[in-house]
Every structure is written in structure tokens, then in C-alpha cells.
Design a protein around this ligand. Sequence first.
Ligand SMILES: C[S@@+](CC[C@H](N)C(=O)[O-])C[C@H]1O[C@@H](n2cnc3c(N)ncnc32)[C@H](O)[C@@H]1O
Length: 486
Amino acid sequence: MLLRKVLLRGASASRLLISNKSPPASLLPLASGCTRFFSSSSQSEGPNDGFVAGQEGGDEQPPATITVDRSGLYHPPDHSHEPTTESELVKHLKGIIKFRGGPISVAEYMEEVLTNPKFGFYINRDVFGAEGDFITSPEVSQMFGEMIGVWVMCLWEQMGQPKKVNLVELGPGRGTLMADLLRGTAKFKSFTDSMHIHMVECSPVLQKLQHQNLKCEKVGNADENGEKSSVTSITGSPVTWYSSLEQVPSGSPTIILAHEFYDALPIHQFQRSSRGWSEKMVDVGEDSKLRFVLSPQPTPATLYLMKRCKWATEKEVESLKQIEICPKAIDLTHTIAQRISSDGGGALIIDYGLNGVISDSLQAIRKHKFVSILDDPGSADLSAYVDFPSLKHTAEEASDNVAVHGPLTQSQLLGLLGINFRVEALLENCTDEQADSLRTGYWRLVGEGEAPFWEGPDELAPVGMGTRYLAMAIVNKKQGAPVPFQ
Ligand SMILES: C[S@@+](CC[C@H](N)C(=O)[O-])C[C@H]1O[C@@H](n2cnc3c(N)ncnc32)[C@H](O)[C@@H]1O
């Protein structure tokens, strides 16, 4: 998201070369509003690191547990009858905490904030681009979707060019990646004829936008729900929408794409305390504001924490004061690996993350600015680094028939797939303005640090996404190693 933020500044949103384009007895309160922003170097050195020491170390040691009197929480003082500016989502979150009689996990908070069917961040609006909250690689340049199209075509070839393939995209945003992939491959008829496109998207607004951007038309007779099938006029391929991967029909070879999908999956946060690892939770404070607390007892997610620690070295775990785990990512990867094992095919997962345990990466971003995680939930994106080793271990444990390759950096992936040739080809036939946009887009996708060619204000300098984003492939072993992971 740091990248998203910086990348967006000074970005041209147009795609110049594409046409139309009962409460627990005791809780350990944490400082409220403890948003941590990414540090590109050491994630274990975040500002939150002070919390544990502040509470449990240092000269003046506070008591190990603080009993919190919550009797006043839900019987607020007199002013409570005054009109409140609380959003419906905040009321809903407080309602869950009240109903439970105790705090909720960060994962539950994140899930409600992002995908609550009524108030979730993604549910009712387009959050991408200059007018939105952040920008992603497919929105930076058409070349991103085109290169992913190269990857899909190569895998399809390795799979023996099957006549029917389920091409699934998880969390397709505006549908830009799929649209560019289809435009880029449209000339290869036998490839596009075999593609059945399945979009897994929880947001009705984004589903509609994807329908538009894929230039879908309704065809055939209506089904029992009165729905007609959709076909993209880019390639004539059928397109269907779902809210989860489990709903996508199985039984045909499958290729799954997940770009910046995993980072939106809810994470649990654990912090070292005097009792060992304690889960960080979201509660309502005596001032009636949301705040972080530590769970006084083990939580169900501790099982996933133990699993994650087993995949790491003792040294790695010992060096951390906080750990993030994502059970939904583990479960999803398990489903993906089993689907690929039984149906054949492969998956490409691209996201920002690390090839190691994630310590403390959760962040909130609104209108391209970092904000506190608990500030006006539902109005800011929440995302966390993806823990690539846990995806690798999960897939390998899920089935002997699949192999995991990578992660490679995005720069390596796109370079090996031929983005240099693509940018040169596009530059041969474009206006000066388009050439500028292409060069900047190319830099953003594969570069690292600030763009050396930039002559504008420092704060608008594009920053490369080439090494912060990683790509991992999970494929059926029958096909061998996928391009370009050999
Ligand atoms: C960060 S955006 C990435 C969009 C797109 N892949 C891109 O790179 O531009 C995350 C996408 O996943 C969708 N999404 C998030 N959580 C989801 C869930 N649990 N089920 C289905 N879709 C989800 C969002 O609505 C959005 O389309």
C-alpha cells in the first residue's frame, strides 16, 4: 500500500494504448490508534514494538494484567442521547462486541470492515485509481495484464491445449487485468475459444464494473433465477460471477489468478506478552471508542499460530515481538491446491509480501493517505503483507500432485515473460504522450526505488513495484515447471 500510495501520486489513470479504455475479567489495553506503516527493510522494527516493552518491561513495570471496568461501556453517560456521528459500520461493530460480551479478533474486524455485505469498504463503490483510494499494477499499465496473459497461454500450452479451461480470477477489482489479458490474447483463437471465465468477486458494484470493462453481453435464455449468461465481446468467451472459489464448477482444467487478493484476507495479530503469545483484539474503550486490547487467554487462532511457527525456524520466531497469521489464506491455498490436483492446471498468486514470517504489516489507507486502522472503519482500505512461505507449505501439504514455484519478484516475473519486448513494440507506434505514460508504467511495474528519470516534485516521484511484489505459482506436477519459474 505504501507503493500504492506513492505510485498513484502523479499517475495517469488513462490506459493510453487501449481503445475505450460478559466481558472477560481482565484485558491488557494497548495504545489506541496504533497504526503501523510499512518499513521496507525490517518489519520487526515497527512503532508497535514499544507497546510490549512499555507495558511489561522498562523501569516502571505496570501490573501484568489490568482489570478493566467495563460496566459503563454500554450505559454511556448523559450525552449519549445526543445525535451521534457514528457510521452504521461502527454501530454494527460495537453491536457485535456487546453481543459477544467481549472483544473481537483483528481478523473479524478486518473482514467486517472490508466485506460486510452492507457497509464493507469494497462493497458499494469503486475504490481504485486517482479518484479512489489506491492503485494496483493492472491499473498502472495494460502491459501487466498482457504479461499475465502470456503466462496463462504458456501454461495452457504445457497443459496440452485443453479444449475447455476454467480461467478463474479471485478479486478482479475493475476487471482491468482480465480485459487486458483477453485483448492481448484475442488473436489466438484456439486459446480464447477454450477459456471459460469465472470472476470471484464479493462486491456487487465491482461485479457490474467488471461486466462493463469486459464488454459483456447477455445471451441465450434466462435461467431459473431469470439470469441470462454473459459473454465478453473481446473474445466471445463466457463469463460468470461468484462470491467464492468453492462455487466455481470443478471437473475441467483450471487456471487461477490472484492479484492483490490475498492481501485483503483477514489476518490475526499476536503479540508477545508475559503469558507468551497473546492475540490482539478490538474492543470498545471506556470513552466509547474502538481500541486494541490483548486477549488474556488463548484464542482459537492460536492453533494456526502454532502451525505457522512450525514452518519457521526457532531463530526467526524468537526475533519477533509480533506475528501475523492469515488462516483464510491458508484455507484458500488448500482449496486451490486440491482443485489443481484433481482438475489439472495451475495458479499464479501475485501480491506484496515477504518470503518469511510477517510481523506487523496491517495498514489502513484512505484517499492515498495512511490512516489509523481503527479510524472510521469502512472508509479506508485495510491490507496486510502476504506470508508466501505459509502458502507454499499449505499447498505442498494439501496434495502430492502439486508443485510450488517461487516466489519470484514481480520484476523477475515480468522481465522473464518479455515485458521489455512488449514495451519496445508499443513504443514504436505511439504518440509522445503515450510514450511517456508507457515508460512511467513500465518503470512502476518493474523498477525499484524512486524513478531516476523523474524531473517533477520529489513527493510525486513514481516508486517501482518490481521487488516489493512477489509471484508464486502452484501447478499440477503433470505439466512440469511453469514458465518462467523453470
Ligand atoms: C485490492 S483489490 C485488487 C483488485 C484487482 N485484483 C487489482 O489488482 O486491481 C481486492 C479485490 O478483491 C475483492 N475481494 C476482497 N475480499 C474478497 C472476498 N472475501 N471474496 C471475494 N472478493 C473479495 C475486492 O472486492 C476487490 O475486487
